[in-house]
Ligand binder design. Structure first.
Ligand code: NAD
Length: 295
């Protein structure tokens, strides 16, 4: 028996379609579409690709996109000024500042300057704190996408042993907080954890967010476990071609797990879908409309 493939591409497409329908309904009621502003600083090719993909997805969902591209020489004051301007702009429901920012800019200060009500990445300390406190919060898009896939696969997560490998602010920590909120039993493993294989062996749910190609081996996985692979690693094959692999050795894990996300086509597409979802939600809140249902 091989594991079920969790099709993140299909789930993301379905979600994006529903977001688009709700965005059209929002526009009818509010007299304007939901708006997402992106801020890209410098010429990092990966960041440019991400921002372009987000802009395209925004347009496809019928939302207004406001793309800002600043040179990598931008000063902290100039960037803060742009954030303030976007905070005030009534057409803007979500603000996404693409990280990383250049060294002369203090990223934490820029994030703290965002209006928490427009913080669709969920990085503002207010939203981080609200999530930690179990209050309603804007939640980072990647872990929100992982949770969406997990709930679609498993229904209730209550009481399940779950292991999150990685403790970043973007993925690992918010993922763990979401799982706690779902009443799972949560272990957070990281670079200093002892005997990772043994920790993973206990888990009904494994979330790998490390950034090390195929680190999690099939023999670590408890038979029947659900495996969510967040990792996106570029490796060169023997034939010189570059391919994407996750943090989990897929070919091994698929023999043992009950269900598993592939890379690519698993968690990746969910991130952008959740960004649109968060923007839809902030738009409704800002316009004083009831929250869209089913998101
Ligand atoms: P990060 O580098 O900020 O964090 C990595 C974490 O892994 C750290 O907390 C570290 O303690 C832990 N770690 C490192 N070595 C380890 C080891 N040997 N054993 C156990 N833990 C170890 O990375 P991140 O931003 O959280 O991203 C993780 C991965 O997810 C990357 O491959 C990244 O590309 C990918 N990612 C994908 C998406 C998506 O949309 N699918 C979004 C964000 C990140």
């Amino acid at each position: 028996m091989t594991a079920r493939r969790i099709d993140g591409k299909a789930a993301a497409a379905e979600l994006r379609e529903r977001v688009a329908r709700s965005a059209a309904e929002f526009e009818r009621r509010a007299g304007r579409p939901p708006g997402l502003a992106t801020v890209l600083v410098g010429e990092d090719p990966a960041s440019a690709v991400y921002v372009r993909m987000k802009g395209k997805a925004t347009a496809e969902a019928g939302m207004a996109g406001f793309a800002h591209h600043l040179p990598d020489t931008v000063s902290q004051a100039e960037l803060l000024e742009l954030v303030e301007e976007l905070n005030r702009d009534e057409r803007v429901d979500g603000i996404l500042v693409q990280l990383p920012l250049p060294a002369q800019v203090d990223s934490a200060r820029v994030i703290a300057a965002l209006d928490p009500a427009k913080d669709v990445d969920g990085f503002h300390p207010i939203n981080v704190g609200r999530l930690a406190a179990g209050l309603d919060a804007l939640v980072p898009c990647t872990p929100l996408g992982c949770l969406y896939l997990l709930k679609a696969e498993l229904g209730s997560l209550a009481g399940l042993d779950s292991v999150v490998i990685g403790r970043s602010n973007i993925v690992g920590k918010p993922m763990a907080a979401l799982l706690v909120a779902e009443s799972a039993t949560v272990t957070i493993a990281h670079s200093k954890s002892r005997d990772l294989p043994e920790i993973v062996r206990r888990a009904d749910v494994v979330i790998a967010a490390v950034g090390r190609p195929e680190m999690v081996r099939g023999e670590w996985i408890k038979p029947g476990a659900t495996v969510i692979d967040v990792g996106i690693n570029r490796i060169s094959s023997a034939d010189g071609k570059v391919r994407l692999v996750g943090d989990v050795a897929f070919d091994e894990a698929v023999q043992v797990a009950g269900a598993i996300t592939p890379v690519p086509g698993g968690v990746g597409p969910m991130t952008i879908a959740m960004l649109l979802r968060n923007t839809l939600v902030t738009a409704h809140r800002r316009a004083g409309l009831p929250e869209p249902e089913g998101f």
